[in-house]
Ligand binder design. Structure first.
Ligand code: NDP
Length: 519
């Protein structure tokens, strides 16, 4: 049984297609070649948004604009308090337009409206956090280098930053990058996913109103191979901040390497939830369902691998399957919906292909496993697969859909081995009432975040990112602004310098002796 909620075609049928321009060099503009991209709501199959499809020359114009704004504009030189004020104003304006932003991410991304409202609220908090960090960005001083030397370490905005984001959390992921880059005094070129560009473009309007000067933020829409490729390789770009698949992340690194750009990557995950017999199972059952089906499993942090102690496995699977029956799949505009539409028909096929191949390899479907026909749109039933072995494709690859794989273990060492055996290392959770078990796992797992007796909680203060092929660098946390800076050393000499070759003048205060030089 799967609980489905009816799609209301009328909700979108009368709505006009929303057209967007791009923001380049302080102006809203169409693409140079006049091409556009139509976005169908994945839940309703109706065109809801029309973006500009930028050719390469638009991306180059946006990069030149950001370069000019960094090299000759006032933004990098404004005081931290001024930048902070602009970011706080932006946060207020995002809050004021939250419903518009949530609606766009909901209909373009197929995400449940109540969930997206939460994401926008989370984003507002991040903008405010970045505003606070802006005022605390500072270097270091060394007054300990001897009487002749004072060392000062400066933090300077790194320059022009290319920001490339995926479709699964369009506004939230953008907010994990852009306010920190702005706080550091950088200028930016932003490319959202061609599937969910709407909320990023609305943010462009918000930033203008908040007082971000022209050309500091440029937003270019279009495809990855056309726009993204130039943003990751252009010599005028200093840093690339990318969130997306591991495959495109590797390509980004290769492109950026040609001019040695700094690269920050947030990539895929295949995250385990490890459960011991002494865990609070009531609490875990809910977290298992939430972890697997939140955002239809289209989530880098999805808890897509359950690693259960053998003694509790069959009971836990039965209870997770029972609860999964009550997860409501359907119209993302309906506030009761918990799982919305799958982003595209091609992606739905890919998810279904993973399930079919898992079955061929010996996995057993305990719940779901099918595409759902709701009369329109693309939907997948919440799915549970058991008898999954650690070497199966379904246990190692990111499905990015509502598919939960169940594996089992007998010893703690085996659980660590299974958890760490894959290429990804984004996050994990461990469930036990025993403090030692939780801490031992916290230290043994090669992942960026370990939850203990909870799942997918987050806060602006806590760094987020992956080990291994889940990424490079961290977002959020108190160092988030520093990521967008260069370090410069000022090495200052006080008093007369001891010459290397010219005859020395005697009796300068602080004159170094031969012994000093030898040391
Ligand atoms: P993709 O890697 O396909 O795309 C991400 C972005 O990169 C899009 O804007 C895309 O453009 C762009 N892009 C595509 N090709 C290139 C290229 N050659 N050069 C530069 N940019 C390019 O990922 P998805 O959008 O499919 O997102 C899903 C992936 O993102 C999953 O693997 C998921 O795990 C990961 N992710 C990771 C998170 C993390 O924080 N670790 C968070 C969220 C998602 P376009 O699509 O418009 O062509």
């Amino acid at each position: 049984m799967v609980m489905t909620l009816e799609i209301r075609p009328t909700a979108l049928a009368d709505a006009p297609v929303r057209g967007f321009e791009m923001l380049i060099d302080g102006r809203w503009t169409a693409g140079a070649e006049g091409r556009t991209i139509d976005r169908n709501a994945p839940s309703h199959g109706i065109v809801v948004s029309r973006y500009q499809a930028a050719p390469r020359m638009d991306a180059e114009r946006a990069i030149a604009s950001a370069r000019k704004a960094f090299d000759h504009g006032r933004w990098p030189h404004t005081t931290a308090s001024q930048r902070s004020r602009v970011l706080l104003k932006a946060a207020d304006l995002i809050e004021a337009r939250a419903e518009d932003l949530a609606y766009l991410d909901c209909i373009e991304g197929g995400k449940p409206i109540t969930q997206v409202r939460g994401e926008i609220a989370g984003a507002v908090d991040i903008w405010r956090y970045a505003a606070a960090l802006a005022r605390d960005l500072h270097g270091e001083s060394y007054n300990s280098l001897g009487q002749n030397t004072l060392g000062v370490v400066l933090r300077e905005g790194i320059g022009v930053v290319s920001i490339i984001t995926p479709w699964n959390f369009p506004f939230l992921i953008l907010s994990q990058k852009l306010p920190f880059a702005l706080a550091a005094g950088c200028t930016c070129v932003v490319k959202p996913s061609e599937l969910t560009s709407g909320s990023t473009l609305v943010l462009g309007e918000i930033l203008e109103e908040a007082g971000v000067p022209d050309s500091v933020v440029n937003i270019v829409t279009g495809t990855g191979p056309e726009v993204g490729a130039i943003m990751t390789s252009h010599p005028a770009v200093d840093m690339v901040s990318f969130t997306g698949s591991t495959g495109v992340g590797k390509l980004t690194m290769t492109n950026a390497a040609q001019t040695l750009k700094k690269v920050s990557l947030e990539l895929g995950g295949k995250n385990p939830q490890i459960v011991f017999p002494d865990a609070d199972l009531d609490s875990f059952i809910d977290a298992a369902v939430f972890g697997a089906y939140f955002n239809a499993g289209e989530c880098c942090n999805a808890g897509s691998r359950l690693i259960l102690h053998k003694s509790i496995a069959s009971d836990v699977v039965k209870r997770v399957a029972e609860l999964a029956k009550y997860v409501k799949v359907g119209d993302p505009l309906d506030p009761a919906t918990q799982v919305g539409a799958i982003i595209t028909p091609q992606h739905l096929e890919k998810i279904a292909g993973y399930v079919a191949s898992a079955k061929n390899s010996g996995a057993k479907v305990v719940h779901g496993g099918d595409q759902l026909d709701l009369g329109m749109g693309h939907f997948m039933s919440p799915t549970i697969l058991e008898a999954v072995m650690p070497d199966m494709e379904i246990a190692r690859e990111e499905v990015f859909g509502p598919v939960l794989s169940v594996l089992t273990f007998e010893t703690a060492a085996e659980a660590v081995e299974i958890a760490n055996s894959i290429d990804y290392g984004l996050s994990a959770s461990v469930w036990s009432r025993d403090f030692d078990t939780c801490l031992t796992f916290g230290r043994s797992l090669r992942v960026g975040t370990v939850w203990m007796n909870t799942f997918m909680d987050g806060a602006s203060e806590l760094p987020f990112g992956g080990y291994k092929q889940s990424g490079l660098g961290r977002e959020l946390g108190r160092r988030a602004v520093e990521d967008y800076t260069e370090t410069k050393t000022l090495n200052m000499h006080i008093g007369g310098r001891t010459n290397w070759w010219m005859p020395r003048q005697e009796n300068w205060p602080g004159q170094r002796t031969d012994r000093d030089l030898a040391e």
